[in-house]
Design a protein around this ligand. Structure first.
Ligand SMILES: Cc1ncc(COP(=O)(O)O)c(C=O)c1O
Length: 366
């Protein structure tokens, strides 16, 4: 079995090596928010560490957190789910793996988009499930070609990595009429001017994956979740019992604080910072001569056509890193559909660094 490398991690390692040698690197490659975790969340973690032994928790996560997540869906999307349907996981990644396994066994194949988040295809291959690549094109704004969809199940991602695109409610409705959806909603909350629809607003017969890594800024704390239909609860929990035992105890206790109204307000203020960065990066990337076929409306990425400069994204990114000290992600990380002619710019860094990175690229490319 072949499991593909994550090229962005190779670029990150190369960039770190250059940093060790004293080069100042501008990181446009990583998809990890740089802003600090809210103070209340950190203080809660310290309090928890001081007062208790860190034992395993229930495999599906502590009940107060499952209740808070269920309430959050009601407050954010006006959808009623029971805490029993919420399963907390160490980051959203094991949740994806567990639901892909159960859905893949019930339905004969799972479709995924190309370009798209690479782990879907890699997990599908790892689980030996039949996957079907759905090619989306820049000229159609990377929209899913619904009329050609034949798979009984599909994994979708909105806002999307790498394009930053948001699926309309109409698209979600049409897709959910055709197939069972696993919806990766990890970038929900990070949208600029347009709210993303949760698949749960359209149907309860779906899996929705979410987590604390992006909008909530808690990547390394490893807490995510999945909302599943009642018939899946037992099976998904059993898989997670075997592979992760339980999500990290201290992180779950700290994550509870994310739902305090003042913390949520602080997190919503951060979205304005990301929006300003998005505007700066988008404008700069276009000025450099890259074509951006879809204006990113969410997440923290700009997916840009680099064919004017190169049709080998990995060599191009290595060349840029060596000559300018700016790290980008090669398009080939996201599939095989013309991805060699694309690069992804992440704006998880402050405005001054974005300006400096763009200037370095301007000097080299223009
Ligand atoms: C689309 C998408 N889904 C899932 C994840 C995994 O996030 P985590 O396991 O930290 O929750 C990422 C991380 O970058 C992502 O981009």
């Amino acid at each position: 079995m072949e499991i593909k490398p994550f090229y962005v991690m190779e670029i990150l390692e190369r960039a770190k090596e250059l940093e060790r040698k004293g080069r100042k690197i501008i990181h446009f490659e990583v998809g990890e928010p740089d802003l600090p975790v809210p103070r209340k969340v950190k203080e809660e973690a310290i309090k928890a560490l001081n007062r208790m032994e860190m034992k395993y928790t229930e495999s599906a996560g502590i009940l107060p957190l499952r209740e808070k997540i269920a309430e959050y869906y009601y407050e954010t999307y006006n959808v009623g789910i029971s805490p029993e349907q919420v399963i907390v996981t160490p980051g959203s990644s094991p949740a994806l793996l567990a639901v892909l396994k159960v859905v893949g066994e019930k339905f004969s194949e799972i479709a995924y988009t190309d370009p798209g988040y690479p782990c879907y295809k890699n997990m599908i291959n790892f689980l030996k499930i039949k996957g079907r690549r759905v090619v989306t094109s820049a000229k159609d704004g990377f929209e899913i070609p619904i009329s050609e969809m034949e798979s009984p199940a599909m994994i979708i991602n909105s806002p999307a990595n790498p394009t930053g695109g948001i699926l309309s409610r109409e698209t979600i409705e049409k897709l959910s009429e055709k197939c069972f959806l696993i919806s990766d909603e990890i970038y929900h909350g990070l949208t600029y001017g347009e709210k993303a629809t949760s698949v749960l607003e359209v149907t309860k017969e779906c899996c929705v994956v979410g987590g604390f890594s992006k909008f909530f800024l808690m990547t390394g704390w490893r807490v995510g979740w999945v909302v599943v239909p009642k018939w899946m609860v037992k099976e998904v929990t059993a898989i997670l019992q075997n592979i992760v035992i339980s999500p990290p105890t201290v992180s779950q206790i700290a994550a509870l604080k994310c739902f305090d109204s003042d913390v949520l307000e602080e997190l919503k203020e951060n979205v304005k910072i990301f929006e300003k960065r998005r505007n700066l990066m988008l404008e700069g990337v276009q000025e450099l001569g890259f074509d951006v076929p879809v204006e990113p409306k969410g997440a923290f990425y700009v997916y840009a056509d680099s064919s004017r400069f190169s049709d080998d994204s990995y060599s191009f990114v290595l060349d840029i890193l060596g000559n300018t000290g700016v790290a980008l992600t090669p398009g080939i990380d996201f599939g095989e559909n013309g991805t060699n002619k694309y690069v992804r710019f992440s704006y998880c860094t402050d405005e001054n660094k974005i300006i400096e990175g763009l200037e370095r690229l301007y000097r080299y490319l223009r």
